[in-house]
Design a protein around this ligand. Sequence first.
Ligand code: IMP
Length: 199
Amino acid sequence: MRLSGKLVVASHNQGKVREIAELLAPFGIEPVSAGTLGLPEPEETETTFAGNAELKARAAATAAGLPALADDSGLSVEALDGDPGIYSARWAGPAKDFGLAMEKIQALLAEKGAVEPAARRAWFTCALALAWPDGRMETFLGEVHGTLVWPPRGKNGFGYDPMFQADGMDLTFGEMEPAAKHAISHRAIAFAKLIAALK
Ligand code: IMP
């Protein structure tokens, strides 16, 4: 897969854009953010992580006439039929209150009597989609599986990190050092696949 020169990072989150820029710097890729180009943020109307990442990448590539990279991610809970899934950000409400979103998950699990770790399986997904203006598209998926603990533990990370304990770990993502989380996360796995495809 060939990629060089300008790449639109289809995110309006500056933190995300910076992180992606650092990861892609060794490949001679010059990231520009969708925000800088004044591109509109499309509505996420698809039903899967990959579908939403592809929708965002396609919209940015078409509008900018440049290759574009977009991501979509979230937490899926097995006992809740995959919820909150693609609605992970939306479950936190307009105030982006993830304490509340975690409590909602815990209440639904409690209703189902899900106490044992085996009944509390969950996974994070990251979909990365790379679209070209000519219609080509490559999508990379990363997943990390684990169990949901209660009460939440740790002040690192963001979102649902304090209640997620990855398989084989004693600490939640909220307790782990950022570098340790980044070494095993769904995002790391998806980016490793993208980078392998660029080599
Ligand atoms: P996105 O920015 O639309 O992909 O929203 C993803 C949402 O999923 C975030 O707001 C978080 O709530 C959740 N999420 C995704 N990745 C992680 C993670 O690594 N830790 C905790 N929460 C995450």
